[in-house]
Design a protein around this ligand. Structure first.
Ligand code: ADE
Length: 249
């Protein structure tokens, strides 16, 4: 998969060299290109923003640098034969970023991210590129960040761990929180050695070796935790989802 990120803070994307994403890059599973938006400015101050039409506080990112940047990135990627790109626009006014979208993005050959600063990018930029490619305006949560770069890191990590061969164990996605096999609910608690720590032991069932009982315990913990932390997920869950998993045990 190819990733392009256009930003006024390229150094903010340095964590893409670390850990899982960094290793995926080193193995050639991810081809990451970070670009400085100011490359596509032509004035002495490398201006990327201006005052908003209609008045109001803050500044708006200008059309021209974004247009030139995206045209250049697109030409480069097409020349390299990357297939059809999707444009990912991080914004607090986007659709919520979910595991389901992470899975769909992980199936794409090429993602282009446009993290904004200030009050956002002049709307015409998204409208223009939406005529040429799928555009996903995504929010990583109901809060406002100073810019979209942290959201790019979040989306990239969620997507990269789903790419074939990036996580050691392909099964590991199956029981992720939000996964279909989990009926979209939350994963319960996990334990490892030692069996006794500061007077705290682990649930007996996990030592029983009885797979059916362990699966049932995990199911109960999933329901308990989801009810406590995310009752909205229980309401959204298909009524028979858990009975079906129960029958498989
Ligand atoms: N930019 C600023 N806040 C954001 C958010 N919550 N999600 C995505 N991009 C953002």
């Amino acid at each position: 998969m190819r990733l392009d990120v256009v930003t006024i803070f390229p150094e903010y994307l340095e964590p893409l060299n670390v850990s899982l994403v960094g290793k995926a890059r080193a193995r050639g599973q991810l081809d990451v290109h970070v670009h400085d938006l100011r490359t596509w400015t032509h004035d002495r101050h490398h201006t990327v923003d201006d005052t908003p039409y209609g008045g109001g506080p803050g500044m708006v990112m200008k059309t021209e640098p974004w247009g030139e940047a995206l045209d250049t990135v697109l030409a480069d990627g097409y020349e390299a034969g990357h297939g059809r790109p999707a444009l990912i626009v991080p914004t607090p006014s986007g659709r919520p970023f979910t595991q389901d979208l992470a899975v769909r993005l992980s199936e794409q050959p090429w993602l282009i991210f446009t993290p904004a600063r200030y009050e956002g990018i002049d709307r015409r930029v998204v409208d223009e590129y939406a005529t040429r490619m799928p555009v996903h305006e995504v929010s990583i949560g109901d809060y406002v960040l100073a810019g979209g770069e942290a959201a790019v890191l979040v989306v990239t990590e969620a997507v990269a761990r789903l790419l074939p061969g990036v996580l050691g164990n392909a099964e590991s996605h199956r029981d992720d929180s939000f996964a279909p096999a989990m009926a979209g609910l939350l994963e319960g608690p996990v334990y490892t050695k030692p069996p006794l720590w500061r007077g705290r032991d682990i649930p007996d069932v996990l030592l029983s070796g009885h797979h059916g009982k362990i699966a049932r315990w995990r199911r109960d913990e999933t329901l308990r935790r989801t009810t406590a932390h995310r009752p909205d997920l229980i309401e959204r869950c298909a009524p028979d989802a858990f009975d079906k998993k129960d029958r498989e045990m």
